[in-house]
Design a binder for this molecule. Structure first.
Ligand SMILES: Nc1ncnc2c1ncn2[C@@H]1O[C@H](COP(=O)(O)OP(=O)(O)OP(=O)(O)O)[C@@H](O)[C@H]1O
Ligand SMILES: [Mg+2]
Length: 459
């Protein structure tokens, strides 16, 4: 089955993937900062308006505190001059102090406004003049204006003070009104700005929401496509694995059957021929007269040797092709015989139970082949001194274990072109068993094949 090309996935473009969120983040930060500045500005305008209202009322109070004490001082001096009672002079002195203090406060408050500075100086002069007139009246015991047709300097000063205080009051009021109006204008400007910024923030949130929905939809689509492709791939891999496994099983079985057939033919046909030839040679040698046989004796002996070697070779080939005794005596004896004949320089220890239940023929053959390949590997690769081979029933499994004390290898890597280990694994898996290989450089190797008893034991 050829892999179908996956449908084109909606891939996010570079601008969607990077610039959009960044641009939105920057825009959001900008909006929040502007909103903060605008709110601060609005609060400052309100505060300014309030301060101005407070200042206006304070200045009006101060102007009153200049004018009213003067009137009080004048009446207190008049009272004294009429009654000559010093009690009347108390309010005079207090009110003079009050007027001076109020004037000082006004001057310092309005020091930065030249329009008022000059007039306040003039007011100070007038207040001092009025005070001087009252002082003089106290000294002379009479008010100067009593004798004057124009009302005298005291009255003039008082009149001028009244007019000046009135002017100052009006001008201060209109200056304060102007400032309050300015503050209100700036307050409403910043209110408009706040509204605009809030609308922009809402718009941004909306755009963000829409783009998140879009991204979410794209992610879901991508997930679905990936899931679909993964499922297709997994089923394809599973199918291929099953096909390969079936093919490997077929090849293994076919090879075993072919080897068995060859072994049978070699044993039956070639074995019979060689035995017959050996018997015939012996018969001829016995029948020939000694004078004929004597010169041929060497040839006869060589022929006998050659036939014996042929029979031995045939026996070895047959043994290699089909494990002897496996069918007749069972796995344990077949393994014992095999190990006796193939130990080489190795010290081999076996733990083979004499009372092992009879195994099914294909399982016995598979376990025998695994032991054979494991021992071959030890001879070929391990440089080991000792091998331990054990066969046991462990729980629900028949377990074959071959352990060597050789140089070991990195069991996580696979060698290309090597099939021994893969063949062992496959033979175990054919019976739903488990194959384990444990090895590390310098630590020897352990090969373990577990076949479930329900698959391994003969019924
Ligand atoms: N008992 C062992 N000790 C050390 N190395 C081993 C042992 N068994 C296997 N190996 C390592 O694992 C490799 C793979 O072994 P495997 O039996 O699969 O292939 P092979 O023996 O090289 O070739 P073949 O296909 O003829 O069996 C070996 O080449 C060897 O390096
Ligand atoms: Mg091998």
């Amino acid at each position: 089955m050829s892999p179908t090309p996956p449908p084109a996935a909606p891939t996010p473009s570079a601008s969607q993937g990077f610039s959009w969120p960044l641009a939105m983040l920057l825009a959001g930060c900008g909006l929040i900062l502007s909103l903060l500045v605008s709110v601060y500005w609005q609060a400052a305008s309100s505060r300014e308006a309030l301060d101005d209202l407070q200042a206006r009322s304070r200045h009006e109070d101060l102007l009153d505190a200049v004018y009213l004490p003067l009137l009080e001082a004048e009446s207190s001096v008049r009272g004294y001059l009429l009654n000559h009672n010093p009690v009347y002079l108390g309010p005079y002195q207090e009110s003079a102090q009050q007027a001076r203090k109020a004037l000082g406060a006004l001057r310092s408050d309005l020091a930065d406004q030249p329009a008022f500075r000059q007039r306040l100086l003039r007011l100070t002069d007038l207040v001092e003049r009025k005070r001087a007139v009252l002082e003089e009246a106290l000294v002379h015991g009479t008010l100067p204006e009593v004798h004057s047709a124009s009302g005298g300097p005291g009255k003039q000063a008082m009149e001028e003070i009244r007019v000046l205080v009135g002017e100052l009051r009006d001008d201060l009021a209109s200056a304060h009104d102007r400032r309050v109006l300015d503050s209100f204008a700036s307050f409403s400007r910043s209110r408009m700005m706040n509204i605009a910024l809030c609308v922009a923030a809402l718009g941004l949130l909306l755009v963000l929401f829409v783009s998140m929905r879009k991204q979410e939809r794209m992610r879901r689509q991508l997930d679905e496509i990936l899931q679909r492709e993964k499922a297709e791939l997994e089923s394809e891999v599973a199918q291929r694995t099953a096909e390969l496994s079936a093919l490997a099983s077929y090849l293994t079985n076919t090879r075993e059957a072919e080897q068995a057939r060859l072994a049978r033919e070699l044993h039956d046909e070639l074995g019979a021929l060689l035995t017959a030839a050996k018997l015939d040679t012996g018969w001829i040698a016995r029948k020939l007269p000694p004078e004929v046989k004597a010169p041929l004796q060497d040839r006869f002996d060589r022929l006998q040797d050659t036939l014996n070697q042929g029979i031995a070779i045939k026996r070895r080939v047959v043994t290699d092709l089909r494990p002897p005794l496996l069918g007749e005596l069972g796995l344990v004896d077949a393994l014992n015989t095999y190990l006796d004949n193939n130990a080489g320089d190795l010290q081999i220890e076996t733990e083979l139970p004499a009372d092992l239940p009879e195994l099914r023929a294909p399982v016995a053959l598979a376990l025998f082949r695994i032991a054979q390949e494991a021992l071959n590997n030890v001879h070929k690769h391990a440089h080991a001194h000792k091998v331990t081979l054990s066969l046991s029933i462990d729980g629900d499994d028949v377990v074959l274990r071959i352990e060597d004390d050789g140089r070991g290898f990195d069991a996580s890597t696979r060698k290309f072109g090597s099939h021994g280990l893969a063949g062992m694994r496959h033979r175990v898996q054919m019976f739903a068993g488990r194959f384990t290989l444990r090895s590390a450089a310098g630590r020897g190797t352990v090969v373990e094949a577990r076949v479930p008893t329900r698959a391994a034991l003969a019924a």
